[in-house]
Unconditional design. Sequence first.
Length: 147
Amino acid sequence: MAWRPKYKQLCAICRKNHILISSRNQFPICTSCSMKQINQPITDEKFRKMFDIDQKLYEESSFLRSIKSNYLRFGSLSEKQIDTFKRVAAELANPVQSNKNSTQKTSTQTVTNAIAAEAVVIGGNSEKQESANEAKQVKPKAKKSKK
Ligand SMILES: [Zn+2]
């Protein structure tokens, strides 16, 4: 079975919207369906507060959706995922503030990419995953060849 790197597939839930599949383990689900999927009550108070952000932010960021859906599936998150979720949510909510510290934003973006690549990406695009791979490819250049 040959794997085509990018192709369009119908959303597996609503079977109405097409999504671009670009990753082998990407589940075919459109943004509106993944929004419905992550819109579940959370009983843990700590996580309920954490995920209680503007719905708009989830629509904007497939990263935030993937973190929430990971929590819903596994019932827990790593410290790194929690930390990055909070930072990304805060930055998306206050874009003015993050523009001031453009260097900080860049470093957060890198962490986001790394975590998005780790996480099981359920919906949306996987552009973040691709750029994370690019970042990995760039890294070894820093090491000068030793003999
Ligand atoms: Zn759908």
